[in-house]
Design a binder for this molecule. Structure first.
Ligand code: AMP
Ligand code: GLY
Length: 423
């Protein structure tokens, strides 16, 4: 089989790496890929952008691709799955209509409310004064969210009313986030601990992936600005068996049933960002794709043939399939470039990649580019260094040892990935 993976991040390297290990697969194409996917044997980068749907379609036809797996949300929001399906090509992911669970927060909040799925109380606004009146009524802390896709920059957790007012002004008044910010969701602040709960769904049935927890802030101790994610580990102990049961019956199953009932059956990775407090979970957000960096440690723990899962999901046969997970813990530490999450320094040569590979360690590439055969930095989150171990502390130790051997000017990373799991 020939499989195409769309995207160029750490998530896509991990997805492609796991797909390549299937006995059914002889080649994985990655569009556009990064230096890491270029180095893997049995993988080939194709220079087509993840949002060039026409280009991807033409390439998939020309290469006679058997199965396409979409990494990021942007091509899903552009309807890549609808376009590929119309052309008779097998493409794993949600349709454009089903992708609204990520592309519109207002859609999602209304959907959750309509179906009684636990989430923070909220209102939607396009008018500045009405939004501010609501903020003043509810008080702080309060959360202001841009409606549309804003690449992780659309959420302001305001500790004071003044901060919330400033966020409303910037989104509705200014053009700080463009059209994505011209409608805002204002919701109550939820206390608790976050976890990522990702399932693979076929429209009706689903298989839960191993649980995980991301670290969104840049600095140790969960300080500093928000980022796309500085590291992750799996499993997340906060998702106890009881929480897992509640998430399945009160969140995942009603969501899939309601999407089907409303005419948009959800096929793909459904990622619930959860806030868990006193053993009970609420939905903070839905994503319609895998998490980055959560996918990297999750794929380190998947033992089953991932192709069997994708095929069953596309064919509506997930009820017949199970996923087997390594009982070991996996940790992924993001190595970032100077300046991240703001303007980053790029183009530095990465040293220390070509040391002997250990079976329980894997370095996934994200923002890297090959220059004269050498991997160089090309963005904020450059690598995710992953390791597996019998315990979280063993996995962390192994991951951090590997981090020590990698160098470029301005490299930084958090030293406390997994700290909540150690408590
Ligand atoms: P989102 O993109 O909706 O997941 O929001 C990004 C981050 O903001 C989340 O990972 C949380 O840390 C935080 N956040 C979002 N909504 C809330 C909320 N209602 N209460 C507390 N924190 C929130
Ligand atoms: N790690 C958070 C996300 O992928 O959205």
């Amino acid at each position: 089989m020939k499989v195409l993976v769309i995207g160029n991040g750490g998530r896509e390297h991990a997805l492609a790496w796991r797909i390549r290990q299937s006995p059914q697969v002889n080649e994985v194409l990655v569009a556009p890929g990064n230096a890491g996917t270029a180095f893997e044997s049995g993988m080939r980068n194709v220079p087509v952008s993840a949002t060039d749907i026409d280009g991807l379609l033409a390439m998939a036809r020309q290469e006679r691709v058997d199965l396409t797996v979409v990494g990021p949300e942007a091509p899903l929001s552009l309807g890549i799955v609808d376009r590929f399906a119309a052309a008779g090509l097998r493409c794993f992911g949600p349709t454009q209509a089903a992708a609204q669970l990520e592309t519109s927060k207002a859609f999602t909040k209304a959907f959750l409310e309509r179906h009684g799925i636990p989430t923070a109380q909220y209102r939607v606004f396009t008018d500045i004064e009405c939004a501010k009146t609501y903020v003043h009524q509810r008080g702080a802390p309060i959360v202001v969210k841009a409606d549309g896709l804003a690449a992780g920059k659309g959420v302001v957790v305001a500790q004071t009313i003044a901060e919330a007012d400033a966020a409303v002004d910037a989104m509705l008044g200014g053009d700080s986030l463009g059209a994505a910010g011209h409608r805002v969701v204002i919701e109550d602040f939820l206390v608790g601990e976050e976890a990522s709960y990702i399932v693979i769904a076929d429209g009706t049935n689903y298989v839960a992936l191993a649980t995980s927890q991301d670290h969104k802030r840049r600095d140790n101790g969960d300080q500093g600005p928000n980022t796309g994610g500085m590291g992750a580990y799996s499993p997340a102990p906060v998702v106890t068996a009881d929480v897992d049961a509640q998430v399945r019956t009160q969140i995942i199953e009603p969501t899939l049933a309601a999407m089907r009932a409303e005419g948009h059956p959800f096929v793909g990775f459904l990622y619930a960002g959860l806030m868990i407090h006193e053993g009970s979970a609420k939905v903070l957000e839905y994503n319609v794709r895998c998490g980055d960096p959560e996918t990297q440690p999750i794929m380190m723990r998947l033992k089953s043939d991932v192709i069997a899962l994708y095929e069953a999901a596309i064919d509506g046969r997930l009820a017949e399939v199970q996923a087997e997970w390594d009982s070991n813990v996996a940790v992924g530490v993001v190595l970032a470039a100077e300046g991240y999450p703001a303007n980053v320094r790029k183009g530095d040569t990465i040293d220390g990649l070509s040391v002997t590979q250990l079976p329980d360690v894997k370095v996934f590439h994200a923002a890297t580019r090959l220059r004269d055969g050498v991997a160089t930095t090309d963005g904020g989150r450059v690598l995710t260094v992953c390791a597996r171990g019998e315990s979280l502390s063993a996995a962390r130790k192994l991951a951090y040892q590997r981090c020590e051997s990698i160098r470029w000017p301005g490299l930084f990373y958090r030293r406390d990935i997994g700290h909540r799991g150690l408590r």
